[in-house]
Ligand binder design. Structure first.
Ligand SMILES: [Mg+2]
Length: 220
């Protein structure tokens, strides 16, 4: 019996294009921060574009930590000097209602590579913090200080350890194909989400978060 529902955050609980906009700003913030520390050489154009185009802020912070020797908390705080408001992330009552409907049947968790500073702001803004309490947010910090992040197998093993459940008990929703593959490899029922801000994704094999949650509610 699957009794645990694990949710990715960025690009899953809110739209992917919004996340990309936030990442672009995070990349600019990091560039400024490195400049202020006299380490602008650490931020190559390649790294900048990696964040701006593909997200991956957390893994880039790990790389910058290695190359610049600046501490991760400082890099993360600088990168995420953003407010969800500025990107149009606001209360999503439909999402909150669906999660509330599922709460009696599933234990809900959020599993994100983002640090607590960003996860907290986004989840509060969406209203999801009212349904999934902060002790059930698995963030960058909970993943051995970001030493192992998604899509690595180690990150999923850390998550399993933290929630104390076996893969066969879990349904996992994420917008990253790589994450889905790792999770499936471990025996988790993992489903690819395409959150483009619409209900149904005509041109995609993946489904919207609302559609997936509706399926789960119908199965209750
Ligand atoms: Mg994501």
């Amino acid at each position: 019996m699957r009794s645990i529902l694990v949710l990715d955050m960025d690009g899953t609980l809110y739209a992917q294009n919004i996340y990309r906009k936030a990442c672009k700003k995070a990349a600019e913030n990091l560039k400024e921060y490195l400049k202020s520390k006299g380490r602008q050489d650490a931020m190559t154009m390649e790294l900048f574009e990696r964040i701006a185009k593909h997200g991956k802020v957390s893994s880039t912070v790990n790389m910058l930590h290695e190359s610049s020797r600046l501490e991760k908390p400082g890099l993360l705080n600088a990168a995420y000097d953003l407010h969800p408001d500025d990107f149009g992330i606001g209360n999503d009552q439909r999402l909150v209602d669906y999660l509330n409907a599922l709460k009696g049947r599933f234990r809900l968790f959020v599993f994100t590579n983002s640090p607590l500073i960003w996860a907290g702001r986004v989840l509060r803004e969406l209203g999801v913090d009212q349904v999934v309490e902060s002790s059930r947010w698995i963030t960058f910090e909970s993943l051995d200080g970001g030493a192992h992040i998604k899509p690595s197998k180690e990150a999923f093993e850390l998550m399993l350890n933290k929630i104390g459940h076996r893969p066969g008990e879990i349904i996992f929703l994420d917008d990253s194909q790589e994450c889905i593959e790792t999770a499936q490899g471990l025996g988790i029922d993992a489903r690819l989400i395409c959150n483009d801000g619409h209900d149904h994704n005509v041109h995609s094999h993946s489904q919207s978060i609302y559609w997936e949650l509706e399926q789960l509610i119908e199965g209750l």
